[in-house]
Design a protein around this ligand. Sequence first.
Ligand code: NAD
Length: 351
Amino acid sequence: MALVPEVVSKLVAAGHRLQIEPGAGLRAGFGDDAYAAAGAEVRRPDGADVIVVIDLGEDLDVPGSAVLGLLRPFDDPGRMRKLAPSGVTAWAFEAVPRTSRAQMVDALSSQATAAGYQAVLEGAAACGKFLPMLTTAAGTIKPASVLVLGAGVAGLQAIATARRLGAVVSAFDVRAAAAEQVESLGARFVSLDLEAQDAADSGGYAREVAVDEQQRVIDGLVPAVTASDVVVCTAAIPGRPAPRLIERATVEAMRPGSVVVDVAATTGGNCEATEPGKVVTVGGTTVIGVTDLMSRVAGDASRMYSRNVASFLALISGEGAAFEPDTDDDIVVTATICRSGAVVHPRLQEQ
Ligand code: NAD
């Protein structure tokens, strides 16, 4: 849910008028009564200065002057080109700069945090093992081993969650800077001694590595993958298909009962056996191609998203709660995808 009641009441107190679609928050744990008590009008929106969404879905008929959400501009630029002629201003969280000042607006990070956490729970639930070591009257159980591929925001949260649950955790990333962060969370960094081990671009993101180098990464990871009870895949390159890190043959070589949770399933998956939106079994291994992780932890994912939304709205709020969408604030300018009937984001104009 894009706005939770607690944040609605703050926006109302700041002078904004809010309309919430009936039943919209129910499955995330927020009923219409709570929105009404927070000061929102619970009704079908009849036009607004800003429509706040999680995802626009297939419906590009925006009943307002501007829309803010996770609009997938770089994964699906065609939709933004279809949206632009309506004249709506579109701000996408995916285009928010990754700067310190923009952290409060960084919905990619808040939702990746939720995804990384939930991915470990999905893996733990499916692997048939305790994650911690247990010493009981019925004997001692060894801790489970968890491997996390990709140590960005989702991966680091997955490492932290698996460690809290008592698993023995290792992780791999192509960015050299990730090693220290992995180790600071008490996990072992899988070092492959490859040129690709420092495939960071100037913005701190990973860049795609050459095909032969990628194959060496795939081959180099085989021992770590086959030794793990749960593998959580989070490797991604912004605006590109997910890098392939695990081949089907490697999944077949995993111990029966192992699990691969592919957080990258929405962009094709890090694992060759992944089927987005499905759970498949390869040999004795369960491959979870999960695409709705945030919805599985919807209450807190919504609370975090909501704060990102409110922080963005604060950037475009002028005197007396009036919106000033034409602000020259660099975060707002960078996040603008469509404006005045055209696609204006430089990355989409290049394509
Ligand atoms: P992301 O979702 O784009 O990618 C996830 C991870 O996959 C990244 O760590 C990336 O290096 C890794 N990856 C890509 N290709 C790989 C491959 N072939 N093998 C293994 N791993 C691979 O990344 P993200 O979580 O959005 O974060 C990217 C960077 O931005 C990180 O350094 C993060 O700490 C940083 N960041 C900074 C801020 C800020 O300063 N405000 C906020 C969020 C993230």
